[in-house]
Write a protein that binds this ligand. Structure first.
Ligand code: ADP
Ligand code: MG
Length: 212
């Protein structure tokens, strides 16, 4: 599913980062550990094709993501990837339903209201459909953002520090939701975290890589 080989990235005003080679099989899970600043978010952005490697390759199901031209990359991302970012980027001018539907619309897919309701229901937030993001708890907002990541049934689910700023109960719940969603959809799951609670909740079957 995911193969990293000789991957490097250089920020214009920042450090050059080198990433370890690794392989995540389809349906497998990976915990990306490492201190703040070690490059976890950068690696997720490289896997998502949001950044282009300075050297090396990211292959997702055989596709060399960094070699895709921008428009193909956007289409590939829409088809393949669900991303739960650290900052949720929900639109406060839209209600919960529209925030999730937007992921379908932006990806060029038909806006299927039933699919939106179904994914919200699976995450236990179906009754929040008509609320705006500012009317949600932090944990609820995160479930809505997760619904948005899942509504296109991605083969690959990426989450950046999903437990940051959550209490123990909400942290466990979001990691369980990620695991369950990945399992239900047969998706590979990559979670970047420096939170021991998240590492524990991902379970012993998750491959662990620690960035130096
Ligand atoms: P992590 O997610 O593990 O905290 P990041 O991937 O955010 O790490 O950052 C890795 C390194 O790259 C850090 O040294 C950070 O300061 C640097 N960095 C991140 N984003 C930028 C940027 N836009 N410009 C320059 N340097 C950056
Ligand atoms: Mg980060």
């Amino acid at each position: 599913m995911i193969e990293l080989r000789g991957l490097r990235y250089r920020y214009r005003q920042g450090p050059e980062l080198a990433f370890p080679d690794l392989t995540v099989p389809g349906g497998g899970s990976l915990v990306l550990r490492g201190a703040s600043g070690s490059g976890k978010s950068t690696l997720l952005a490289l896997v998502a094709g949001l950044l282009t490697p300075a050297a090396g390759q990211v292959r997702v199901d055989g596709v060399d993501v960094g070699a895709l031209p921008p428009r193909k990359r956007d289409a590939w991302r829409g088809r393949t990837l669900g991303f739960l970012p650290q900052r949720l980027h929900l639109s406060d001018s839209l209600d919960v339903h529209a925030n999730v539907a937007l992921a379908l619309w932006a990806g060029g897919a038909a806006v299927d209201a039933a699919a939106v309701e179904q994914v919200l229901g699976r995450l236990g937030v179906a009754e929040l459909l008509r609320r705006r993001p500012h009317e949600l708890s932090v944990g609820q907002a995160q479930r809505v953002a997760l619904a948005r990541a899942l509504v296109r049934r991605p083969a690959l689910l990426l989450a950046d520090e999903p437990t940051a700023s959550l209490d123990d109960e909400a942290a466990l719940a979001v990691v369980q939701a990620l695991r369950q969603a990945a399992q239900d959809g047969g998706a590979a799951l990559v979670v970047a975290t420096h939170d021991e609670r998240a590492v524990r909740a991902l379970g012993p079957e998750a491959q662990q890589v620690r960035l130096p």
